[in-house]
Write a protein that binds this ligand. Sequence first.
Ligand code: GDP
Ligand code: IMO
Ligand code: MG
Length: 431
Amino acid sequence: MGGIIVIGAQWGDEGKGKVVDVFSAEADYVIRYQGGANAGHTLTVDGKKTILHLIPSGILHPHTTCIIGSGVVLDVETLHEEITTLQKSGFLQRPEQLLISDGATVLLPYHRALDQAREEKRGLSKIGTTGKGIGPAYEDRASRKALLFGDLFHHDSLEAKLEASLQEKNFLLEHFYQKPPFSAKELTEKIKHLSEQLAPYRCKNTSQVIYKALSAKKKVLFEGAQGSLLDLLHGTYPYVTSSSTIAGSACVGSGIGPTSIEKVIGITKAYTTRVGAGPFPTELKNDPIGEWLLNKGHEYGSTTGRQRRCGWLDLVALRYAIRINGITHLALMKLDVLSGLEQLKICTAYELDGKTITDYPVTPGALERAKTIYKEMPGWKEDISYIRSAKELPKNCLNYVQTIASELGTPIDVISVGPGREQTLWIRPLF
Ligand code: GDP
Ligand code: IMO
Ligand code: MG
């Protein structure tokens, strides 16, 4: 079969890590193709939590080959820490389990420093980035100044390349942001050491490896980071990340053609969350139900620990995500968090400038003006986290799930009722 893309259908943190880990039991390859260590993907196995930032979420399955493609901005320090932590826990025992593209963009401490300095200077109008250097690293790639992963192994030219890059960065840091500069010499030494540690994972042509896997009908998963509404071109700009987070990016970031893709699985929570600034029409701000979702859903960022903003499910936004990604199937996550709420609401349309609309507005400023129109439904009291078959879900809960699927016209193939692997209800098999 062709490749399967797993994509965040909201503003990130939908539960992509859990889904990819569960799917990986059957997958041969898992590929991360965009974003960087701004991602925080949580996997829970036998009650033990693993949070991955750069390494694909298939890594806990020894038979699965994990690939980091050229579209990723690779924080080499974080990557090294992640590898070491996994190895200490008994995973990633064979280097062949992880292949890193020579073409990935290297993210260094000065990218992080610039990201953080910029946010600080923006003050109240900050984006609320993760501070992981994502914007500055993608800028370097776009302006053709980036160091690529393959460059790290040419030690002779490393210091000169860093000197050239730091000229501009240090000027900005020192004179515009009043922050300390970086030394090319010190960084070179650090990178030389790191490159020796990372050399076993180097892969000169990940695009070819993926192509061969797909040609041999292997099971290949593409793991998205962030969410559709954080997409640089199609998200809530400027409150977005600096990469393309939609399904098309899987092809671009891993170097394969779109005809190799068979399914796009959209991951959505049964409600909505967002971290950082930007419009969020269904947000339950200063509202006891918002507090309920925050506490019961443990809605704190996996990367920064920040509190996530919480709100009702937004079908207008989901319809848009389904369209721009070509989502063929949905996975509905964190349904258990809604247990105990007396009344549930789903946003089915917006009112914008006196008109009812069901298409997500992309005109700048429109989303901020949009008012939500809700459908109300009765909730359920039962704890559903112990249920293992969709048929056993309480009537009102099934009604909630079926309403979402029929309003969206997209089938829900997977329902998740807890963070654990076993808390996954399959409506249809993946492969
Ligand atoms: P990702 O970035 O999309 O991988 O999602 P995160 O890992 O950042 O956030 C999702 C959080 O929800 C994690 O803490 C998961 O362990 C947790 N989670 C995933 N699925 C479920 C579920 O069905 N129910 C509950 N209660 N928690 C879940
Ligand atoms: P995963 O893969 C949720 C958000 C940040 C901020 C905006 C820009 O775990 O779903 P950036 O550091 O990328 O420049 O920040 O994007 N953001 C995420 N929100 N989940 C993520 O990743 C995110 N990655 C970035 O909070 O609003
Ligand atoms: Mg996350």
